[in-house]
Design a protein around this ligand. Structure first.
Ligand code: ZN
Length: 241
């Protein structure tokens, strides 16, 4: 079976944590965020490559995107540094069929906002426990995921979440301080599939959780394109009959 090509875009959260004197992030991700996310993907089934804000011109190119089945995007402090032309390149590739998974604070990442067309705004508060409910057990992203599971520590993201009505709301998060959030939502854009998934604050080892890893792996399988356009031109056609 052909392997699925994954590209994971992250920021250097260890460097940012050191600048701010944050001690939680290096404990949660001693080898950086990429290593934590990449661990979700079995090397028998997936090829994983890394992209980052510090070398974005080398790691996100038309050639690399054309060879990527699913792009995972985790960004937080450096959204504004992502060049507009690269965000546009990602959107065009999604329209051609590449899958796109926006993780956690990528709710306001440039490519995600261009794909959904709204502000991505939400309310937030630090640190609470979260119960993630599987609202669409029939969905391929929910395969093998229990009816609900608990994350002992996560950043609170709360409604209202300014997104267009999703195709499916696969997960709903409930926080013990009372907030709720559409934690896993899907869209289709052009030939491509898009998934936003809320858990993944960098101060807690969320991406080492086995259930979270299963969801990421399921999301890659779901979002990998079954058909891909070569270009987005409008070809002139001959009469069919
Ligand atoms: Zn966060």
């Amino acid at each position: 079976m052909k392997k699925i090509n994954i590209l994971i875009y992250t920021e250097d959260v260890l460097k940012d944590a050191a600048l701010r004197g944050n001690e939680l992030t290096p404990k949660a991700y001693p080898n950086g965020l990429h290593a934590g996310i990449a661990g979700a993907f079995d090397s028998e089934k997936y090829n994983v490559r890394a992209a980052g804000i510090d070398n974005i011109r080398e790691t996100i190119t038309p050639e690399i995107l054309a060879d990527t089945d699913v792009l995972f995007w985790w960004g937080h402090c450096h959204h504004h540094e992502v060049p507009d032309d690269i965000a546009e390149l990602v959107v065009r590739e999604v329209n051609k069929g590449m899958g796109f998974v926006a993780l956690h604070s990528a709710h306001i990442a440039k490519p995600f906002l261009r794909l959904i067309g709204t502000s991505g705004s939400l309310s937030w508060r630090l640190n609470d426990s979260e119960i993630v409910w599987t609202a669409a057990p029939y969905h391929p992203i929910a395969a093998g995921i229990p009816t609900h599971f608990k994350l002992p520590n996560e950043e609170i993201y709360s409604e209202p979440f300014d997104i267009p009505a999703p195709e499916d709301t696969v997960f709903i998060g409930w926080f013990s301080q009372g907030m709720v959030f559409r934690s896993g939502v899907t869209y289709r854009r052009g030939y491509g599939k898009v998934f936003y998934f809320q858990p993944g604050h960098e101060e807690y080892p969320i991406y080492y959780d086995e259930t979270i890893r299963q969801i990421l792996s399921n999301a890659a399988g779901w979002a990998a394109p079954q058909a891909r356009r070569d270009n987005l031109n409008c070809p002139n056609v001959e009469p069919v009959v």
